[in-house]
Design a protein around this ligand. Structure first.
Ligand code: FES
Length: 182
């Protein structure tokens, strides 16, 4: 990829008025609309929105002047990107080589069985998503999991399952209380 776009002095805000697009726009500006920044922009977009919707990918394609096919190509190449909204709680389990050797698949299996979903899925009530990642860059701590944004190393299947059950049941209680109050 090469940079071909002339930096703009005045960008058009996203027509939705969604504040989160400003974060993405800031990243795009930071990289001077360079097409090489596609990966950073996708990262920023996912952090702001939680997932990469089709609209979002089209927006990025236009802002960076990169063909949509190329945006899809990069986004689908990396496991860290997701194209559906995550559940209220989410657990990302690293299944890279170091973590795999240290038993990360047992953690995936334990959660998949407990919540009756496959890796990559979200429970029907929307309270929990299970995701895999290739390498989270902390191989010395293998196996590594990220639960609701908090990274922990040397994880065990029982330990992770217990913590996930706790946060999900807390969400269920909050949901019930909200329904009773509403
Ligand atoms: S393989 Fe899991 S953090 Fe690198």
């Amino acid at each position: 990829m090469t940079s071909t776009r002339t930096p703009r002095t005045k960008e058009k805000p996203h027509p939705s008025g969604d504040e989160r697009y400003k974060v993405i726009d800031r990243t795009i500006r930071l990289f001077h609309y360079e097409q090489d920044a596609l990966l950073e922009v996708l990262n920023s977009a996912q952090e702001s929105m939680g997932y990469l919707s089709e609209d979002l990918l089209i927006y990025i394609s236009r802002q960076l002047n990169v063909p949509l096919s190329q945006v899809y190509g990069v986004a689908t190449f990396y496991h860290m990107f997701t194209f559906e909204p995550l559940g209220e709680n989410n657990c990302i389990i690293c299944t890279g080589t170091a973590c795999h050797v240290k038993g990360s698949n047992e953690i995936v299996q334990a959660l998949a069985t407990e919540f009756n979903i496959a890796a990559g899925d979200t429970t029907a009530d929307g309270l929990f998503s299970l995701r895999n990642a290739r390498c989270l860059g902390s191989c010395g701590l293998a196996p590594v999991v990220v639960l609701n944004g908090q990274v922990s190393g040397k994880a065990t299947a029982d330990g992770v399952k217990k913590r996930v059950k706790e946060v999900v049941s807390l969400s269920k209680e909050n949901l019930q209380q909200g329904q009773e109050a509403g």
